[in-house]
Write a protein that binds this ligand. Sequence first.
Ligand code: 5GP
Length: 110
Amino acid sequence: MTTIFDKIISREIPADIVYEDDLVLAFKDIAPKAPVHYLIIPKQPIATLNDANTEHQALLGHMMLTAAQLAKQSGVAEGGYRVQMNCNPDGGQVVYHIHLHMMGGKAFSA
Ligand code: 5GP
């Protein structure tokens, strides 16, 4: 299934891209929930975390490390930040192409 994120990867629709490499793309969330709110997505389409398997282990780790790197670059690492992946309707997932939210620049409640 094609999603809006495939169109961002292929540059069919614009996004404010903050990082790219062979495996992942990161861009600003269009409706930020924090002063810094980036989405880190794999270039390979995986619909939900339920669809990931051991073949994706390194990719998922790379997404986490990219989130940490972007937190440092955007100046929120010391203060702290939240990394979140939503899965399926009860998890609040809206776009069915896995993505990490990296949100910082404000204090979240536990
Ligand atoms: P989910 O709820 O699936 O975990 O998160 C999807 C996120 O994608 C939401 O935070 C939403 O604001 C963001 N989003 C949806 N469409 C677009 C878009 O076209 N561009 C960008 N930059 N973000 C989007």
